[in-house]
Design a protein around this ligand. Sequence first.
Ligand code: FAD
Length: 468
Amino acid sequence: GAGDIHAEVVVLGSGPGGYTAAFRAADLGKKVVLIEKYPSLGGVCLNVGCIPSKALLHVAKVITEAEEMGAHGVSFTKPKIDLDDLRSFKDGVVGQLTGGLKGLSKGRKVEVVQGYGVFTGPNMIEVTTDDGVKTVSFDQCIIAAGSEPVNLPFIPHDDDRVIDSTGALELKDIPKRMLVLGGGIIGLEMACVYDALGSKITVVELMDQIIPGADKDIVKPLHKRIEGRYEAIKLKTKVTAVEAQKKGLKVTFEDDKGETSTDTFDKILVAVGRKPNGKLIDAEKAGVAVDERGFIAVDGQQRTGVPHIFAIGDVVGQPMLAHKAVHEGKVAAEVCAGQNRHFDARLIPSVAYTDPEVAWAGVTETEAKAKGIKYEKGVFPWAASGKALSNGRSEGMTKLLFDPEDDRIIGGLIVGTNAGDLIAEVALAIEMGADAVDLGHTIHPHPTLSETVNFAAEMFEGTITDLM
Ligand code: FAD
């Protein structure tokens, strides 16, 4: 029919996984169609995830650093916050990047079809667009449908005082008292933003530590700092009921001893995890298996059980991170183009862009203990780093784990300002099979926070001489 399109490779979803796969496949000579339900490309990451959150976290950092300079003899007046201007700054950053993607698609002759796509057969997707249904037939397909926030059944999600990360990034107002439900990365990043803007924050987390994926000693400096700034951090506690009242949201908490308490908040940010969108695309009509949670299983080449259909990003599993989606997108596109690629990365780094940041790559100590992996460690406290002290932020720590057999680095965890940037060196070292001597003998610029990686390796080696 008139609305019919044929693609050699069709990509379903334009997040970091999807656009990367589409561009790579096009660069390798494929005729590519990219299907996206929203007018703006870039998925969660660019529109309502990584990028807008980082723009706001930058602002939060400027505010809190200015506040804390008071202790070092420089005082500023209380910041005046114009929410409309702040929102424009954030939207401008997002717009620049998503607009860029449009240009890049055009340049590569990737045809973007805007609308919601579902499979109708093993070689066919039907897209509901603003001007009717279009059918896209394809030789190969890459599913990059992403994920969405998890809702909780006992929470009135239809009340506009209950928000998820997307709502928090909209920055409608600055609530007086906000409850952040979930002490993971997304919840704590948003807590950091609203705390800086003036909200009184309470964090509630089921586990016995915040950021449960990282080692306890590594999250301690973050915990200590936010404990001083926030109203409360409730660990080993769950929310069992939320009642929408005129004056606020009445929340019932239950701790691990079964003790209950209540408190009333102006807003609740629900950040208890994300669920994959696998169940929403009629995958069964293409013969693609989706598990009960909505994940699509793939092999080491990102192939689903149907050989010409691939899947990447949040929809294939944890960790739900943009750089993982991007890497998988490249693998899938290259396999589509006939190359013999595999997902063979040794590690996927994780970063919480809180203040201080928490970052890790490879094996954590908790994981090593649980799995019986032998390790020895080198730990460098930032209180002995000239740069960290100069920044007035010496609470950080760099911890590296080594294989005791050959001294090769197998993992690293860093807490402190800019930890997210610093972890890249650890990731490279693990990928390249570097050992402690490699890290210890590499001359790092002085004074920088990057020296803490060098020093942690020297602590392990026992060769450290001068800490400052
Ligand atoms: P997504 O980005 O989820 O994109 C999927 C796209 O597919 C969406 O645009 C959706 O509209 C479209 N789609 C789905 N189904 C259909 C359909 N049937 N038809 C048409 N279109 C469809 N990760 C990091 O690495 N670093 C960070 O700092 C970071 N910060 C984050 C902050 C927040 C607040 C959130 C929520 C997430 C953050 N993440 C971060 C996670 C990151 O956003 C995701 O891992 C990443 O976006 C996953 O990419 P993806 O390509 O798998 O899918």
